[in-house]
Design a protein around this ligand. Sequence first.
Ligand SMILES: *Cc1c(COP(=O)(O)O)cnc(C)c1O
Length: 368
Amino acid sequence: MISRLVPPHIAAIDPYPPGKPIEELERELGIKNSIKLASNENPLGPSPKAVAAVREKLTGLHRYPDGSGYYLRRRIAEKLGVPMEAVVIGNGSNEILELVIRTFVRPGLEVIIPNPSFLVYQLAVQTVGGTVVSVPLRDFTIDLDGILHAVTERTRLIFINNPNNPTGTVLGEAAFRDFFDKLPADVVVVIDEAYIEFAPQGSTFDGLDFTGSQGPWVVTARTFSKAYGLAGLRVGYGIMDPAVAAFLHRVRQPFNVSTLAQAAALAALDDDDFLERSRGLVREGLEMLYRGLDALGVGYLRTHTNFFLIAVPVDAKKVYEALLREGVIVRAMNAYGLDRFIRVNVGLPEENERFLQAFARVLERFER
Ligand SMILES: *Cc1c(COP(=O)(O)O)cnc(C)c1O
C-alpha cells in the first residue's frame, strides 16, 4: 500500500481542485464558445510588448535561463526604489509563497492564515508539516486583531492577502501600522499583493512600506499573472530585506524562472498603456456587473480587485453547474466555506453581458 509510505501530513492534504481544459468541458457538455470568468485572469490577453519579447527569445531556448534573473530584478528594483538584492523572482508568486514557507516553517511551528483566503497558503504549509492556525474573517475582511490574538511563541509566519482573494476586501495603512506595532519581532509576515494593481490608489496598504525593518520581517509578494496578463508563463516576485532574500536563494531551484517568463515580465513591467487598459476594463466592467446584479436584485460584495463574490440562493455548486451548461465558467466557493457564493472575475464587456444573461436564466430556473 503506497499510502503507508506517505507521511501523514502529506496524506492529509486536500489537493487544489484543478479545472478541466475548456475544450474538454465543451466536448463533454456539447457546447461551444464558453467563457471563463473563474481564475481572475486578464481578459485583454497578455501585454503585446510581452508577446513580442517572447518571440525574440524563442531561438535561444537551448540555453538555460539567467539563474540570477538579473535584468528583471534590476528593473523591478528600480521601479520600486529598493535595492536589487531585495528582489527574488519566482515561478509565479506562488513559488515565492512556497520559498518563504520552506525557508521558515518546520513541523511544530505555526502559520497564521486568515479564512477564507487564498487556498494555496494552507496547502503549502501542509506540505512541510507546519501547523495551520486559521483566523476567521470579520465582515469578509481580514481580522488583524484576531491575528494578533492567535500569535504564540510557535508562530513563525503570517499570511495577509491584500486585497483578499476571494472577498476582494482591503486593509488600509492605519490598521497595518497598529498591527505591526503590536506584533512581536520574531515573525515573518507575507503580504500577498497579487491584485494590488487593481486597488484604487490609496485604498490599500502597500507592504513595501515595512519591507526591510528589524522585524517583524515583511515579504511582499506580487505577480505578473493578473494585471499584466501573464498567468500562463508563471512569473512573480517578492520584495524583502536582502538578509531574508539570501535565505530564500538557498531554497530555490537554480533556474526557477524560464527565459520566456523573464523576458515577458521585463517587457510587461514597462507597458504602462496595457496596465492602464487593464485597470480601466476592470473598473468599467465592475460598474456594468454591479448595475446588472442590482437590476436582478442579487446581493454581492463590492470589491477592490478584478473579481467579486456574488450571493446565490441555492448551493453554489448547483449554480456553477447550471452556468457551465450556459457556457459560463465561474468558481463555486464551497471549498472556501462559502456555500452560498460564487466568485466571478470581470471579463470583456460582451463576456460580462453574457454572464448577466446566463445568470438571470439560471436564477429563474431555481425559482427564487
Ligand atoms: C492569482 C493569485 C496569486 C498569483 O499566483 P501566481 O503564482 O503568481 O500566478 C497569488 N495570490 C493570490 C491570492 C492569487 O489570487
